[in-house]
Design a protein. Structure first.
Length: 408
């Protein structure tokens, strides 16, 4: 495997602005995602992937032909977009070789410090190569680390034809960060028995369970009048929204939950007197509990309508994704072979749960079993983000062992 090539690709990818834009109305939601997809397709063609192409939706597909007749098709997936929580424009990555284990003051904004005390993963990176931001943007390791890993994996398989494997399918998706990563994936084109999504943090994680997720869109409808003459006429939708927020159970908030606890998370509030809208994330590992959490909101809506007479409250529940564990039981080899891959090359690993979702959640729900694997990313969605090149290289090694195991 070519560590320097892996680094160069990663640095190239993170400097392309692919920030997802929620509610843009387009797919993909930002032009940079088309730009990086075009580049990836070109690089795949250059390395010898003859069917590499970018489709009308910006999704990139390609196949490393197998050398073992009858072996199952194994797919690998990552997403090219980055989180809208922090800008991904004008990223200036900083490569630190032989990291000394000390706090890192970021060069573009010296008030930003990646602290060893606050980031325990830094201790394990001592002596390794890490890449940080300059403190003014995110880095984009989520998930351009995964993209670079898959590209190096493909290149390594092509350069080493003695490695036994079936067809290896590659596809890169758009807009995962805003919940639309799988909207336009052609599963007939992927046509794989199993898929592995390189989109987890650190090294050695095998994510086999995620939240199940819905979103509640709560619409408050009132009556607007001039405030000077509002007595007995005005019905303030924003005030009703405030009562609704105050009534939400704190015990079901992200601030008060951990591990396998579910939550209700209000994250967008906008509007005025005549109408206000509140968006709430509903999360739980137990899919059946999503409806219970939704009932909590519906009961609260009835209560607030009584507190704020004349207010009309409508709740729309939007299904988002489901716990990948619900589907992985149908193909137990997916996780088992990932475990064996780590064991064969002597890499430590842990089977983990994700308090969130991935493209793998939706892919598994749609019938393509897709565990999520580490890709060396840390402090994601933040100007304090960093990635570890050595952990990325370890992920390539795991990918090689996975395709070998499926070919046996």
């Amino acid at each position: 495997m070519n560590k320097q090539r892996l680094l160069e690709r990663f640095l190239q990818y993170v400097q392309i602005d692919t920030t997802a834009v929620d509610e843009s109305g387009n797919y993909p939601s930002s032009p940079g995602q088309l730009e990086i997809g075009k580049l990836l397709a070109e690089q795949m063609l250059e390395m010898g992937i003859a069917d590499a192409h970018q489709d009308e939706w910006g999704i990139v597909y390609g196949t490393v032909p197998g050398n073992m007749d009858g072996a199952p098709v194994v797919a690998f997936n990552s997403h090219v977009d980055t989180s809208p929580e922090t800008t991904g424009k004008d990223v200036k990555p900083n490569v630190i070789e032989n990291y000394d284990g000390q706090d890192i003051v970021l060069t573009g904004d010296t008030s930003k410090i990646i602290s060893v005390a606050e980031c325990k993963d830094l201790a394990g990176a001592k002596g390794k190569t890490i890449i940080t931001t300059d403190g003014t943007t995110l880095l984009g390791g989520d998930d351009k680390a995964g993209v670079a890993i898959i590209m190096e994996l493909a290149n390594h398989l092509i350069e080493n034809p003695e490695i036994p494997h079936g067809d290896v399918r590659i596809f890169f998706t758009c807009d995962e960060e805003i919940g639309h990563g799988i909207d336009h994936v052609d599963l007939k084109k992927v046509d794989a028995t199993v898929c592995y999504n390189f989109d987890s943090g650190g090294q050695g994680d095998i994510d086999e369970e995620t939240f199940s997720a819905d979103m509640a869109v709560v619409t408050f409808t009132g009556v607007n009048t001039h405030p000077a003459y509002g007595k007995d006429k005005m019905i303030n939708a924003s005030r009703a929204a405030g009562h609704f927020l105050a009534g939400m159970p704190m015990g079901l908030s992200p601030e008060r939950t951990a591990d396998r606890d579910g939550f209700l998370h209000p994250y967008i509030l906008e509007g005025g007197v005549a109408q206000a809208t509140l968006k709430i994330l509903i999360r739980d590992f137990d899919t059946s509990k999503l409806s219970e959490h939704a009932e909590v909101l519906k009961d609260l809506a009835q209560s607030v309508e009584g507190t704020c007479p004349g207010t009309k409250i409508n709740i729309e529940i939007v299904e988002q994704y489901r716990n990948m564990a619900d589907g992985l039981v149908n193909e137990p080899r997916a996780v088992a072979y990932a475990v064996e891959a780590h064991e064969r090359i002597g890499h430590q690993f842990k089977r983990t749960i994700v308090r969130g979702g991935t493209d793998g959640s939706r892919l598994t729900e749609l019938g393509l079993p897709t565990p999520n694997l580490s890709s060396g990313q840390h402090n994601i969605h933040s100007p304090l983000e960093w990635a570890c090149l050595d952990e990325m290289l370890a992920a390539v090694e795991v990918g090689v062992e996975i395709v070998k195991r499926w070919a046996e």
